[in-house]
Structure formats: C-alpha cells, structure tokens
Design a protein around this ligand. Sequence first.
Ligand SMILES: [Zn+2]
Ligand SMILES: [Zn+2]
Length: 372
Amino acid sequence: MILQHKCPDCGADMQYDADSRLLKCPSCGKTQNIKDMEPDFDPNAKQSHDAEASADDVDEVYGDFEDFEEQSTYGTYEDNEAKHYICQNCGAELITDADTTATICSYCNSPMILGDRLSGKMAPSKVIPFTISKERAEETFKKWCKHGLITPKDFTKADRISSITGMYVPFWLYDVNGRGEAHAHATKVRHYTSGDYDVTETRHYQVYRKVSLNFNDIPADASEKMPDDMMDKLEPYTYQDLTDFNTPYLSGFIAEKYNYTDAELFPRIKQKTEHYMDQYISNTITGYSSVTFTDRSYDTRQKNAIYSLLPVWMLSYNFNGKNYLFAMNGQTGKVVGKPPVSKGKVALWWGSITLVTFLISFLITMAAGGAF
Ligand SMILES: [Zn+2]
Ligand SMILES: [Zn+2]
C-alpha cells in the first residue's frame, strides 16, 4: 500500500516543507496544515504504549510486545526482504529494504510512503518534524566544515557532498521512575591552631539518601543501521516539538521502522537513568570534605515508551576516493562527524609553528648575544 498526498488543486505530489512546517505542493505552491489532516491510520488501533497509557497499562505493553514477537511479524518482513513496489507516478519498480517505511522514487523523485509498514503495531505515535530544510542543512554543513582547523581546501566546497538525505530515525522515548537508596561515609575536616598546637579535627558522618525520581523522554535509537554513538551525540532534541504522527510528515524523506522493541532497549535506558540518579544524589550531598559511597541500590521502572521518529540529515561526502559520513540533527542543526585531514594543510600548519619557534629562539639568541 503506497500512500500519496496529491495536491487537491493540481494533482502533483505534495511534500513536507521544513521552512513552513506545512505540506506544500512543489508545482503550484498550495499548502496544507498537517495537523488539520485526518490521520491515515486510526490512532486507537495503535499499541497501548501511547503517551496517555496509565501505570496499569505498563504490564500490558510488555505483553503486547511478546505477543508481537511470537507472531513473528518480523519474519513476514524478512520474507519480503526485497519487496517490490510500483511507483504510482511513473510506473517504475522499486526494490526497498525491509526496514524502509518511506522513500523517494529514484526515477521520478516522487515521495513514496509505504503504508503497510506504518500501520498497526508499526504505527509511530509521535514525530519531531524537520525544521531544517535541505538548503539550510547544506549551508550549516559548509559553515561547520570551514570552522574545522585542518580540512582540505576542496572539502569545504559544497559540490563535494555526494548525497544528502533527510531521514526519520526510529527512537523509543521512555518515561521512567527511578527509586534509589544510597549510603555514604562523609567527613568534615577542620584545621586550626590552639596555643602551641596545630589541630586537625575530622568529623565523621553517615549520609543516607532515599529518592524517587521521574524522568521523561529519555531517548534510545531503535535502528540497527544507525551507529548508536553517532545518534547519542546528536542529542538533545527539543521534545516540546513532539507532534502526533501522521504520514504526510514523511513526504519527501526516507524513514525506517524500528528493529528493537522498547523492552529490548530498556537496559540502555536503565544505565542512563542510574547515571542521572547518581548525579542527582551526589548533588544533594554538599558541604563535606570527602564523600565515599558505601552502598547504593537502584530500581528503575519503565512507565511508558513512545515510538517516535526523529529527524536527521545524513550527509555523505567523497574526498580522495574515501567516503565520510556526517549526521545533522534535523531540528537543531548540530553536526556529528569528523572532517578529513589534508596532508597539505597539516604540513602548512606545522610549518607555521616551526617557523614561529625558530623566530623566537633566534630572537632569544640575539637578546642573549646582545647582553654580552
Ligand atoms: Zn499543486
Ligand atoms: Zn516514480
């Protein structure tokens, strides 16, 4: 099932426009507010891990996912690994990856939204729509390259960008409750002089903290393909922009479905939460000379997990036959990646340092010589 959003005026394929955040017709300029559009899929048919799910629903969420795995919906997709779709615009036959949920026809450039992979259990609850357009992404990227200290001259030219792709990456956003108890041994050390004596006074304290903390929207990327560390570095996203999902947001972009369930990724969230709790508790123990934790126990519970799509610009860049990959937060413009280092520039850079060192030592020698 391919979903298309045709312009009601001229029939062209409408696309999401990051500048206006509206659905826009590239041919006649007509716009539509996506928030006013009926969702393509009944939101009630979605899984129970909606934002509104109550604490009682939590067990059911897990149950849902286990059922889902046993029915091996994944298997069905794997059978269709090389699924063929026919572009309704130009008739071209496209072969898509099993994880793709939205793409662009490589022949006629029209958006293709693969509805069968976005409905039922696979329906995202929320999306952060792109706020950075392709043009702005390219511009930001160029600026970012220029700020790199040692980049090859050619690298900063935009025409070296071999591909720039707007991509919605699947994430789980967790709401969790962390309960914890911590015991610590703390000291207060005071030095003073009393008569002929230098006195060091050490007081010992038993410190105890018990906390219950709620955390919202802790993200974990659920895509197998995307490098975890790269995705972690793209954070933070501003979650106030989380919007109810609707398929028009995907028009003109690539989107992928999740490979890991929220339960499978929970250990990563647990680790993050415990780190936050550590920080929180440490910040409440102040005014001591030393603090040593003797015992800490944490219990992290998932209250809720929302399947969300977050915007990322992926840029691949070819330099001297080597491909470089960069990612840009499609909401904030933050770039993650490493520009290549040119040998010429390194030599020049070292050259200038060596020259300065030489000049300084030369001047010192002159000064020293002058003194005699
Ligand atoms: Zn139109
Ligand atoms: Zn086509």
